[in-house]
Design a protein around this ligand. Structure first.
Ligand code: SAM
Length: 275
C-alpha cells in the first residue's frame, strides 16, 4: 500500500472494527439508503465509479453491475474487509469490480479517471476532509459527480443513541460519548468542506431510513458489542461483555421486526459536482 495518513483509522479498520464489519457483512445493512445513494449517483453503463471507503464492497458491486462497459473501483483501508469484497465480486462474476487498499485522502489516483464517486458511510473518518475530498476531485473528470451518504446529527440517529443511552444510563453517565461517525453531521460544514475541496452545486438532503443490524437479536447484539464506540465504553468503564450484552438485548428488542433488527435515523444524502 502507498502512504497512509489516517493511521489511527487504518489500525482500527485492520483490527477489531474491520473484523466486526467483515463478519457482519451480510447483515442486511441499508437497503433504502443504498437505493437512494445509487439512484442519486445514476450510474450508467459506461461510468467509471470510485467507491470511497467501500468496506466489504456491497455498493461497489451494485455500481459495477450497472456499468458493464465501465467499472467500479472500491478503495478502503481495511485488508480484511477488502478480502470479503473481492470474494463477493468473484462469486458474482463481476470482473469490472476492482478493489484497492489505500488511503483515499492521499492515494495518487490517475487524474480524471472516474466519472462518479460514491460512498455509503465511508467519508466521515478523514483527518483532513478538505484534502481528502480534493483528492477525490482530482480523481474525477471535470463535471464528474460526488454522491455520498453520511450520518446526520447524533440526536437524529437512534441507531446510535438507543444502545448507547441504555448503556450510559446503566453506568450512571450523563450524556453520550461523541463519535467521529458524526464529523459531517452539520450540513453547513459539509457544504463548506466541499466548496473548499473544489465542488460546486453542493446539495445536502435529509434521508430518513432504517439501518439493519442483523436478522435476530443475537447477531445485532454481537455487532453492537464489538463496534468501536461500545468497545471504547467497555475499555474505559470496566463494563463487562456479559452485562453489556444483556442491556443491549433489552434495548434492541423493541426494534426487532420481521426483517430483523432495524433502527431508523436521519442521514444526509450529499451531492456535488467537480468543477
Ligand atoms: C462505516 S464503514 C462503511 C463501509 C461501507 N461503505 C459500507 O457501507 O458497508 C467505513 C469504511 O471507511 C473506510 N475508511 C475510513 N477512512 C478511510 C480512508 N482514509 N481511506 C479509505 N477508506 C477509509 C474504513 O476502512 C471502513 O471500511
Amino acid at each position: 500500500m502507498d502512504e497512509t495518513l489516517n493511521t489511527v483509522q487504518a489500525d482500527a479498520w485492520n483490527g477489531p472494527e474491520g473484523d466486526n464489519w467483515a463478519e457482519h457483512s451480510e447483515r442486511g445493512d441499508a437497503g433504502e439508503i443504498t437505493d437512494a445513494l445509487l439512484a442519486a449517483a445514476a450510474v450508467g453503463p459506461h461510468d467509471h465509479v470510485l467507491d470511497i471507503g467501500c468496506g466489504t464492497g456491497e455498493t461497489t458491486l451494485i455500481a459495477a453491475s450497472r456499468a458493464p462497459q465501465g467499472r467500479a473501483h472500491g478503495v478502503d483501508l481495511s485488508d480484511v474487509m477488502l478480502r470479503r469484497a473481492k470474494e463477493r465480486a468473484a462469486a458474482a462474476g463481476l470482473a469490472n469490480a476492482t478493489f484497492l487498499r489505500a488511503d483515499v485522502q492521499c492515494h495518487p489516483f490517475v487524474p480524471g479517471s472516474f466519472t462518479v464517486a460514491i460512498s455509503r458511510f465511508g467519508v466521515m473518518f478523514f483527518a483532513d476532509p478538505v484534502a481528502a475530498f480534493a483528492n477525490v476531485a482530482t480523481a474525477l473528470r471535470s463535471g464528474g459527480r460526488l454522491v455520498f451518504v453520511c450520518p446526520g446529527p447524533m440526536s437524529a440517529s437512534p441507531w446510535y443513541t438507543t444502545p448507547m443511552t441504555a448503556l450510559c444510563h446503566h453506568l450512571g453517565r450523563p450524556g453520550l460519548p461523541d463519535s467521529s461517525m458524526f464529523s459531517l453531521a452539520d450540513p453547513v460544514h459539509i457544504t463548506t468542506v466541499l466548496h473548499r475541496a473544489g465542488y460546486t452545486d453542493v446539495r445536502v438532503k435529509p434521508l430518513r431510513a432504517p439501518l439493519g443490524f442483523g436478522p435476530d437479536l443475537t447477531t445485532a447484539t454481537g455487532f453492537y458489542l464489538n463496534s468501536g464506540p461500545l468497545r471504547a465504553l467497555q475499555e474505559t468503564t470496566g463494563l463487562t461483555q456479559e452485562t453489556a450484552r444483556h442491556i443491549l438485548a433489552e434495548a434492541l428488542l423493541p426494534h426487532l421486526t420481521p426483517a430483523g433488527v432495524q433502527i431508523s435515523g436521519t442521514h444526509w444524502l450529499v451531492e456535488g459536482t467537480r468543477d
